[in-house]
Design a protein around this ligand. Structure first.
Ligand code: 5RP
Length: 234
């Protein structure tokens, strides 16, 4: 296992301490939180933990089924106790860029239904300003290139359609992903989110503002849990 993979596993497993029997848990998407999902399945099988989950992608749904976490739909429950998810970047104000795995829409829907959000990450994800990681924006298939052009004009930077070989990446929702190469320049993610959401053709943007309550961060010196002083776990 590579060093980075080992850190992801440490963070993913450490975050399980936030999950208690009886909880309804949002299950994020990505290579870090997959370790959380596997560990929760193990605790259910071996330690009597009882939870239900809501997955944020088809990939996570498959994994949860495989490890034996019962799944429910958000419409059948009255909100989630917690969501645990990965991030591509987080800044000192606990604002996030997400969507590197193209699951940002479902991730945001699940996060907004959760009483708390815990992010799992390795320490490469900590930044002073968001934006070095290209900002993912989910756009409708209809005239997606025109929407991407409009985003380029608005943001004054290169915006690409994310590709898988010769074809655009298609999300679980049948949409496309535009990646905006803004550089580490995002000083007001709240304003930027609202600006981007005003563009016709945009479905959602991977800025998660005011949602993250804690980050479980793995680095060379071990795992640290950083609680957002303005968050819901404080
Ligand atoms: C998927 C996401 C992921 O949570 C994010 O890309 C982090 O993934 P990883 O843990 O694999 O680095 O937002 O849309």
């Amino acid at each position: 296992m590579s060093d980075v993979e080992a850190l992801k596993k440490e963070a993913g497993i450490a975050a399980c301490r936030f999950v208690k029997t009886g909880m309804k848990v949002g299950l994020g998407t990505g290579s870090t939180v997959k370790h959380t999902v596997v560990e929760l399945g193990r605790r259910m099988a071996e330690e009597g933990l009882e939870i239900v989950g809501v997955p944020t992608s088809l990939a996570t749904e498959q994994l949860a089924n495989k490890v034996g976490i019962p799944l429910v739909e958000l419409s059948s429950i009255d909100g989630l106790d917690i969501v645990i998810d990965g991030a591509d970047e987080y800044d000192p104000n606990f604002q996030l860029i997400k969507g590197g795995g193209a699951a940002l829409l479902r991730e945001k829907v699940v996060a907004q239904e959760s009483a708390a959000m815990v992010v799992v990450a390795d320490d490469r994800k900590r930044v002073s300003h968001l934006g070095a990681f290209p900002l993912p924006i989910e756009v409708t298939p209809f005239e997606h290139q025109a929407t991407i052009r409009a985003l380029g004009r608005l943001l004054d930077c290169r915006v690409n359609c994310r590709m898988a070989g010769d074809n655009p990446v298609v999300t679980d929702n049948g949409n496309m992903i535009a990646d905006a190469h803004m550089g580490p320049t995002i000083t007001n993610p709240v304003e930027l989110e609202s600006l981007i959401l005003h563009v016709a053709g945009v479905v959602q943007v991977g800025l998660f503002n005011g949602m993250c309550d804690a980050v479980v961060l793995a680095g060379a010196n071990g795992v640290e849990t950083i609680i957002n002083p303005h968050g819901r776990l404080n």
